[in-house]
Design a binder for this molecule. Structure first.
Ligand code: HEM
Length: 242
């Protein structure tokens, strides 16, 4: 392996990757590959996310509508090979995002790009817990949370779950929609929502999420006691065993 003096390896943040490569003779992992993998994995995951957020919207119409749509969609996204592809795309998307942040030269970000990055950080922080909580019950105990599981969580810990579901849904919507535009452009199919349209659709998503949460909390219609649901009983049992 060739030896390079430290000074030649030090990367100047203002230099482009090709300049660094020319100066040092080092083969940097191509940012082009990272960007494309991030775009492709983002598009794959966003198809699941679109179905998932659409399903969430049905909570406004009550438990039967929400659970009915979820059972239908599960036939698609929980078909084992598809679920593996969705989760692999999510992991690849997170890893390529982190790789790019640590390896690419720092640059000034627009407000929209900054919001994209911050929503990504938030989702990165909470997504592991979300999947474990909602999918862990069905993987390990064959109990699906569904409407009653979500209703149970907002009834048990309202100060945590109302803002948490609101932020999860809203950041997911913004990051997914804005990210889809970035990803398509990167793959040569420019599609970019104007700031206005992005702002209004995110506002509409926020209002819809408020209605979803009112539905889950039993404020729009009567709901059965969620503590008596299979998910509620399992959660209480697990909490007692802690
Ligand atoms: C208000 C917002 C949200 C609510 C109430 C919610 C609720 C749920 C529920 C109930 C499940 C279980 C689905 C099932 O058993 O079929 C689930 C699964 C999942 N959610 Fe969410 N979710 C929300 C937002 C998000 C967002 C924004 C993301 C990603 C950015 C996300 C990613 C996932 C993933 C990856 C799974 C596992 C899918 C699988 O492997 O089957 N969720 N969510």
């Amino acid at each position: 392996m060739a030896n390079y003096p430290d000074s030649a390896i030090t990367t100047d943040l203002n230099k482009t990757d090709s300049t660094i490569q020319r100066d040092t003779g080092m083969q940097l992992a191509s940012p082009g590959v990272a960007k494309k993998s991030q775009a492709v994995s983002g598009i794959i995951f966003s198809t699941f996310l679109a179905l998932h957020l659409l399903n969430t919207l049905f909570a406004v119409s009550g438990p039967d509508a929400y659970d009915g749509v979820q059972q239908l969609f599960r036939l698609i996204y929980q078909f084992m090979p598809i679920e593996v592809i969705i989760l692999a795309a999510l992991i690849l998307h997170i890893l390529t995002g982190l790789f790019r942040i640590f390896t690419e030269p720092k640059r000034q970000l627009s407000g929209r790009a900054r919001l994209h990055r911050y929503t990504g950080f938030f989702l990165m922080l909470v997504i592991g817990g979300h999947i474990t909580a909602v999918r862990g019950a069905s993987w390990f105990f064959d109990v699906y949370p569904g409407f009653a599981g979500l209703a149970f969580s907002v009834q048990a810990l309202p100060l945590y779950f109302y803002p948490y579901y609101f932020l999860l849904g809203l950041t997911g919507f913004y990051h997914g929609l804005n990210g889809l535009g970035i990803a398509l452009a990167r793959l040569g199919h420019p599609f970019r929502l104007t700031n206005h349209k992005l702002k209004y659709s995110t506002g509409a998503a926020g209002l819809s999420l408020v209605a979803v949460l009112l539905g889950l909390g039993g404020w729009l219609f009567d709901i059965a006691d969620p503590a008596q649901s299979e998910f509620g009983k399992l959660a209480l049992q697990l909490l007692q065993n802690l």
